[in-house]
Design a protein around this ligand. Structure first.
Ligand SMILES: Nc1ncnc2c1ncn2[C@@H]1O[C@H](COP(=O)(O)OP(=O)(O)OP(=O)(O)O)[C@@H](O)[C@H]1O
Length: 246
């Protein structure tokens, strides 16, 4: 049984359907990358899994349970977490205050211990507990956004363009962190425009085009697929790297 099973959903905003009969699944401990052109519906798919949008057809199952009608906060309690691309931290608050917000569904007693766990996992955040987020670098903010989402110790973590607008070095650090989070036993679904690095740490990938499934394959096969490389991965760049997810 898949941990997450998106079963042929149709979904959109108001009367505008964006996703048409889309399916995807993620098994326990898998890393999945979703790629596709601008406007393909990648972010919409993550929002549907989190519960910000509700499918008009099809269903979303998590650990075998149909969660299609649950609110986002209820899905958090089921073990799903999501880091949006934008506005994923509160800039006027401190690191500590942001982490507290991430634990809003937890009891007061649990928050402190969970926060310490995140500080152990992200020492750079521990050094900046009292720092206002607006003074932090883009990479540090992305780390905080992930740590905040991990406060609930989710089984599934979804990341929308975690490397957007970061330097190549910071982006590498983010993907190293994602690998580490996956090694802790968590399943990860990543949406990426610059998908090369993301596919390298992934087991499988999906290509979405115009709100429809266009391809599903092992991540290393996608990385070596010339047509996909030309269309979505910046062409014939170095295709020699093997995926690191094996
Ligand atoms: N809140 C919204 N209301 C109405 N339409 C929206 C909304 N958010 C996104 N859309 C539309 O849904 C379509 C898919 O957008 P989405 O952000 O899911 O694509 P994407 O594949 O993530 O694209 P990108 O890579 O550019 O972020 C686009 O046509 C977009 O304009």
């Amino acid at each position: 049984m898949a941990l997450l099973d998106v079963d042929h959903i149709t979904c959109g905003y108001g009367d505008t359907q964006i996703l048409h009969d889309v399916q995807m699944h993620a098994d326990e401990r898998e890393v999945i990358t979703i790629i596709g052109p601008n406007g393909a519906g990648k972010s919409t798919l993550l929002k549907a899994v989190m519960g910000y949008l509700h499918p008009t057809a099809g269903s979303i199952r998590f650990k075998g349970k149909d969660v299609s009608t649950l609110r986002p906060d209820q899905r958090v309690l089921e073990g799903i977490a999501y880091v949006p691309q934008l506005d994923n931290v509160f800039p006027s608050l401190t690191v500590e205050e942001n982490l507290r917000m991430g634990g809003y569904v937890l009891s007061k007693g649990e928050v402190g211990a969970r926060m310490e766990r995140q500080y152990e996992s992200f020492p750079r955040l521990a050094e900046r507990r009292k720092q206002r987020v607006r003074t932090m670098s883009g990479g540090e903010r992305q780390m905080l956004a992930m740590a905040r989402a991990l406060m609930t110790e989710p089984e599934l973590l979804m990341l929308d363009e975690p490397s957007a607008a970061l330097s190549p070095q910071m982006a590498d650090e983010v993907f190293d962190t994602v690998k580490r989070i996956n090694a802790q036993g968590r399943t990860i679904v990543i949406v990426e425009q610059e998908a090369e690095n993301s596919l390298r740490i992934s087991h499988r990938g999906y290509v979405l085009v115009d709100g429809k499934n266009a391809l599903e394959d092992r991540a290393d096969s996608i990385l070596h697929n010339e047509k996909i490389r030309d269309a979505y991965l910046g062409g014939a760049a170095d295709a020699q790297h093997a995926t690191e997810a094996e």
